[in-house]
Design a protein around this ligand. Structure first.
Ligand SMILES: *[C@@H]1O[C@H](CO)[C@@H](O)[C@H](O)[C@H]1NC(C)=O
Ligand SMILES: *[C@@H]1O[C@H](CO)[C@@H](O)[C@H](O)[C@H]1NC(C)=O
Ligand SMILES: *[C@@H]1O[C@H](CO)[C@@H](O)[C@H](O)[C@H]1NC(C)=O
Ligand SMILES: *[C@@H]1O[C@H](CO)[C@@H](O)[C@H](O)[C@H]1NC(C)=O
Length: 373
């Protein structure tokens, strides 16, 4: 009995000791990076954190044109730190303790950059005294959206092909698909969707929150598997986990672009303000109630002319899936270009001044559709 107790206490003491040693002795964990070749590009971006625990190097530059890749590199080797042109912190991976080395060894002529792709509702973890911001928010110093519409000069799209793709209609008879893994969110999107289903609108939900077994994993988001799964549906639920200014993620871009669906979103104005053309999506809050919305969708699913009107934008625009593939609109490519051409002199005591504010979000946007509100 006594022996067990002593052992337990020893364990606890040992864990405390290891934690404290770890906090005080580690500058930053660069052991993973020692094998990286020295960065010999003329523009060097030093990454002070990972990206959700992963190396930021090198996949974030693989999106850029060759020209950019020739002069710009991402590095995390300690010897490159002094020569860096910028130091980037990914907000989710930032912690005061792990990052303090970068602040005590700071060279103030080198801009420190805070980067986030999360909404203000799920991300408020920022270091102070940053120089630049990078995010999907169009007020960021480096605007890094998840995607955007771009005018093209191509000849007419064959919209008939899209209709044929849809005519294969999903086995269940549903015209709407949703792939979702975050079931409970403050904007209560799941409850709104469940209410639509209760009204009789057929929706196939895949993923962690879905009833049918999931066929493609979320990590396979660009695979043929998802194309085969989603493209037969006419509509796709692209309601974000938070209703925030400019917060339009790959759930919108990937599906409208690669799977030829009409996205269903929550707040119309958020999308129009972000420069998304009208009649490329359908917004729930455009309708007086869910019954009206349901009738509209059911009508549209049966009426080819009406349905294809929501694809006509394809004759004018193409979509740049910034996170998907070759795109100089990727934040890191823009950062390379900016670091080469501009001299930054800016600073934020708190990087949240006029950026990434909770006031940019309205989590109650869809509450009027719920019974208890
Ligand atoms: C830069 O490094 C790469 C790979 O580490 C090497 O192939 C290349 O020759 C180097 N360029 C210069 C100019 O040193
Ligand atoms: C700070 O960075 C600038 C620009 O890279 C460099 O010229 C200067 O020597 C650096 N200062 C220190 C103290 O390392
Ligand atoms: C189909 O939609 C078009 C365009 O919105 C409309 O003019 C037409 O009357 C609709 N057809 C039917 C059968 O409802
Ligand atoms: C970055 O911000 C710090 C602290 O806010 C400031 O002292 C420094 O001059 C700024 N550096 C640049 C390059 O803007």
């Amino acid at each position: 009995m006594k022996k067990i107790k002593t052992r337990k206490i020893a364990w606890i003491l040992l864990s405390i000791f290891v934690t404290i040693t770890w906090i005080f002795l580690c500058d930053f964990e660069d052991s993973d990076y020692l094998s990286d070749p020295p960065c010999n590009k003329s523009i060097k971006i030093f990454t002070a954190t990972g990206f959700f625990g992963q190396k930021i190097y090198p996949r974030f530059l693989s999106h850029c044109s060759e020209e950019i890749r020739n002069y710009c590199g991402i590095t995390r080797r300690k010897p490159d730190f002094e020569k860096a042109d910028a130091v980037v912190f990914h907000a989710r991976d930032y912690s005061y303790w792990k990052s303090r080395w970068f602040f005590s060894n700071r060279n103030f002529t080198i801009p420190y950059i805070i980067w986030t792709m999360e909404s203000p509702i799920s991300e408020q973890n920022f270091p102070s005294s940053m120089n630049l911001t990078m995010s999907y928010d169009r007020n960021s110093d480096i605007h890094f959206p998840y995607g955007n519409f771009r005018r093209h000069q191509k000849s007419g799209e064959n919209l008939e092909e899209i209709w044929k793709m849809k005519r294969k209609s999903a086995e269940s008879g549903a015209e709407i698909a949703w792939m979702v893994s975050n079931c409970e969110t403050e904007n209560r999107r799941m409850e709104i969707v469940q209410k639509l289903m209760k009204l009789g609108l057929k929706i196939d939900i895949f993923g962690k929150c879905g009833i049918p077994p999931k066929k493609c994993s979320i990590s396979e988001a660009t695979s043929k598997c998802e194309f085969d799964l989603i493209s037969p549906y006419k509509f796709y639920i692209s309601i974000e986990n938070s209703n925030c200014k400019d917060y339009i993620t790959e759930k919108f871009w990937r599906n409208i672009r690669n799977r030829f669906v009409v996205p269903i979103v929550l707040g119309k104005q958020l999308y129009l303000n972000a420069g998304i053309p009208e009649k490329s999506f359908i917004a729930l809050d455009d309708f007086e109630n869910l019954e009206r919305f349901k009738n509209f969708i059911e009508d549209m699913a049966e009426n080819k002319t009406k349905y294809l009107e929501f694809h006509e934008w394809r004759n004018e625009f193409e979509i740049d899936d910034v996170l998907g593939e070759g795109s100089d609109n990727h934040g890191f490519c823009k950062l390379c270009q900016d670091l080469r051409s501009k001299k930054y002199s800016k600073s934020y005591s708190k990087p949240v001044e006029n950026w990434h504010k909770l006031e940019d979000c309205d989590y109650k946007l869809g509450y009027r559709f719920l019974d208890d509100y």
